[in-house]
Design a protein around this ligand. Structure first.
Ligand code: CA
Ligand code: CA
Ligand code: CA
Length: 293
């Protein structure tokens, strides 16, 4: 039961029948091998520990099943078989790469109101533009970007956001937020980026009258856009700071566990360079990524 609990903790969305079938064991070991490969390539101690946990769970479960079916089977043989499976399992690299990139939006459908739908609030104006007018040329695959403009009232302009959570989606593996920003020089403005994780397990964000989340954590990072042209930006998740202490559980835990929707949404708030200045910048290729280390 301990092994089953461990599996369910690692794969909370999977139904794990007991006793487990051999093909299931291979499947779990394959999952472990995938994680192990990612860990090796990323040299991440944290992920290596995670992969080790997977191995222990796999071994325990496989051993329990084989001992159940044939009492003379040594658990050591099961361990050796699991290690061999781990070392020689042919896991497609493409599968390992699936968790290294989660595209939020590249605006290539030419529409910011769907897939995903971005909401807009206060003094911000959004427009889809075609490459050619601002720096990059249309290369046939990356054709559109999002233009953001607005006029400040006491520094604040407005913002946009989109809902990220989907069933059976684990965004907790990603370690940075990446995107391309087109700046118009030192007066372009500032982007306050907000990420909200679901701490009360309802897949929603409830706000107070000041638009502060009541029960979920909001993490923020402020980016000054003071350059001219396109620039690729990557912000580590660790650079985001909790800004509504005492509302959620106070920790970055965007895992879909215990009813939580995980990472629920991202919002980008535009702040002007002076009390009444205009803001103007453009965005493209927003994604969540995994660091190489
Ligand atoms: Ca694009
Ligand atoms: Ca919530
Ligand atoms: Ca939290």
């Amino acid at each position: 039961m301990l092994a089953e609990a461990t599996f369910e903790r690692i794969f909370p969305l999977r139904v794990l029948p007991y006793p487990v079938r051999c093909r299931k064991i291979r499947h779990y070991c394959s999952d472990f091998a995938t994680l192990f490969q990612i860990s090796v390539f990323n040299f991440s101690l944290h992920k290596a520990k995670f992969a080790l946990g997977m191995f222990i769970a796999c071994y325990s479960r496989g051993g329990a099943y084989l001992l159940h079916k044939r009492k003379s089977t040594s658990k050591y043989l099961v361990a050796l078989a699991a290690i061999a499976l781990l070392l020689f399992s042919a896991v497609p690299c493409a599968r390992a790469q699936q968790v290294t990139h989660f595209l939020i939006d590249d605006f290539e459908d030419g529409d910011y109101t769907t897939q995903p739908a971005w909401w807009r609030f206060d003094g911000i104006e959004l427009e889809i533009h075609k490459y050619g007018s601002e720096g990059k040329k249309d290369d046939g695959t990356n054709r559109y970007f999002l233009s953001i403009t607005g006029k400040a009232k006491n520094w604040y302009v407005g913002g946009l956001g989109t809902y990220l959570a989907r069933p059976k989606q684990d965004l907790s593996v990603y370690t940075f937020l990446g995107f391309d920003v087109y700046g118009y020089g030192p007066e372009s403005g500032q982007i306050k980026i907000e990420l909200i994780d679901d701490d009360n397990g309802n897949w929603k964000v409830e706000y107070d009258e000041e638009w502060v989340p009541l029960y979920d954590d909001r993490f923020i990072h402020e980016l000054q856009v003071d350059w001219e042209g396109w620039k690729h930006v990557e912000i580590p998740i660790s650079a985001f700071q909790l800004d509504n202490s005492g509302k959620g559980n106070g920790i970055w835990n965007p895992l879909q566990k215990n009813g939580s929707g995980g990472l629920l949404q991202i919002q980008l708030i535009a702040i002007a360079s002076s009390k009444i200045a205009d803001v103007k910048f453009s965005l493209d290729n927003l994604f969540l990524g995994v660091d190489d280390e």
